[in-house]
Design a protein around this ligand. Sequence first.
Ligand code: SF4
Length: 686
Amino acid sequence: MISQIPTICPYCGTGCSVNLIVQDGKVVGTNPNIRSPVNEGKLCPKGTYCHQFIHSPDRLKKPLVRKGGVFVETDWETVYQLIAQKFKSYTPDEIGVLASARCTNEDNYVLMKFARGVLKTNNLDHCARLCHEATMTGLTLSFGTGAMTNSIPDIGESECVFCLGSNTFEQHPLIGRQIVRAQAAGGKFIYADPRYTPTAIQSDLFLQFFSGSDVAVLNCIMGEIIRNGWEDKEFIASRTREFESLKKVVLQSRYSPQNVSLLTGVSKEDLLLAAQWIGTSASCTVLYAMGLSQQSGGINNVRAIANLMMLTGNIGRPGTGVNALRGQNNVQGACDMGCLPGFFPGYQPVTDSLIHRKIGRIWKFPDGICPPKEGLNITNIFQRAGARQNGIKALFLVGENPLVTEPDQNTTLHAIQNVEFLVVSDIFFTKTCEYAHIVLPAACFAEKDGTATNTERRVQHLSKAINPPGEAKPDWEIITDIARVMGFEKQFPYHSPDEIFGEITEVCESYHGMTYARIRHPDGICWPCPFDDHPGTAILYSDRFYHPDGKGVFCPVEWKEPSEIPGKEFPFRLTSGRIIWHWHAGAMTRRSKNLADEVNEAYIEIHPSDASSARIVDGDMVQVRSRKGRLSCRARVVSDIKEGMVFMPLIFDSALNRLIGLPDDVQTGISEYKPICVAIEPAGEE
Ligand code: SF4
């Protein structure tokens, strides 16, 4: 018998609805959901083949315990007892917990409650720190909160789409489709990037600039808008404050089109045309992703974008907004669920004594909860793991593989090797599992019910299609069982994700009006949904921002040189990004035949004239060196990239992370991913 079970694609933050085709207990194919407003019956290649890793022989099927240097299979009760005993032996400051942007809201909520209620620690974080922490911090300063302002279908309504730091047609292909919709209705598409990507091909105006010069480009455009009187004076007067301070900065001569053209490599005429299109269109929307946020100056980049959209009155209306395209399928949800060191669910600060008391009352832990102080973020956790004094001694990683995904791999490896107790829950035996003391087999997206929140804040339902392999279980169930063994059965009474979701809606105000019955509908619901029957909110800030006075705040920023600039030893600027065939660390896509057949090894793109001066031929193995590390991979000589820049995809055991250092920006914990400077030479030479 064949059945079709509706769920959500496990890859990017677009959150496309997909039906899994199930035959005899196996998922044999996929079918896009035509009723979804997100993907309207379409899928990209990753979504189309998202079933192919599910039945991989590599799936973990039994709990594993390390004994005498080897892993042996064991039963759940034994590992629960071991974990409970060990966790009880550490103080809250000695434990770090990592959640996962690929797990459901219910998995993440239960883990967050376990960390704060059972382990009493706020040392809790996840990989959003590495990609969009700048968005949260930057947009909170400008608007009072940090999330994508408009919906995905709304992008297609825009008269002018301005995209920078995002190769949308490869990273979020079904959002790219909305750009085409906007163009088909007569809208214009401006694209800024160092590479001539598939997204650039579709653009009406392409600004090929050097990575790291985003603020200079944005300030220049704002200066021209003001000089030409294209700013929205009424919006500025009624909805914002601090406009004069913005004016002072962007009208400086250093941001004149002449100067910025010299600095960025974009022609003066193109900068002026971009300013005209943005300044005179009836609606303009900005899309951006990690190209913009994954820099040490990421917060300033985000604030500059918020400034531009407030300057032109492009907030709170259809076809407008600041739209940060989130990476993984549930990175928005993991943040919403409070898997962050400073926030309970719904971005309620752990340091606020009233909120702290309120959460304590709801959870009812007899011995209290975490202290009202911010915990360590993911970067600090790894810096402190394995340290002799005040160190993190135990780590609980759920769906995270830091030995692939973290920057500064030397520090991460040292940390992973030196913690006294490492528990990893995952669907495959990852590189990080090799160093674990206990490995737990988790269910994948097709094997559990739950919810995920996509990049546009849309909460959608996943339905279980098949049973997990062997003894694997959903993470919420594993964590609930550990909590029970540790004596917290009353606080973890869950028998189904539906029950957990009920508690989420009690704790998290923006989810208050949601129920499984409501979000099982193909539309899902975009938060905030504050009460029963509330339809959800597709567009934020229609009449007020979230600052107490309701105003948006202009936060002027100056362009600063990136922390690394090319020189004799490291002559190339390296940028990085995703490609259409693979996802994140590649654990799932590399086990999907149709995707792995397309691209199956790491590579670096280099411009023909740079390749020629470095004596590199297309297909050569090359050595890539940065100040932090080195790696070897194959060279692709392509004219799509700007001279002086090179590009690597973010996959393949993320070799790239060997080249990236620890963050300079302690506020966000974001490393300088782009641009960093590297040297390239034929393999064998140094
Ligand atoms: Fe999946 Fe993203 Fe592709 Fe949609 S666009 S099918 S969510 S990878």
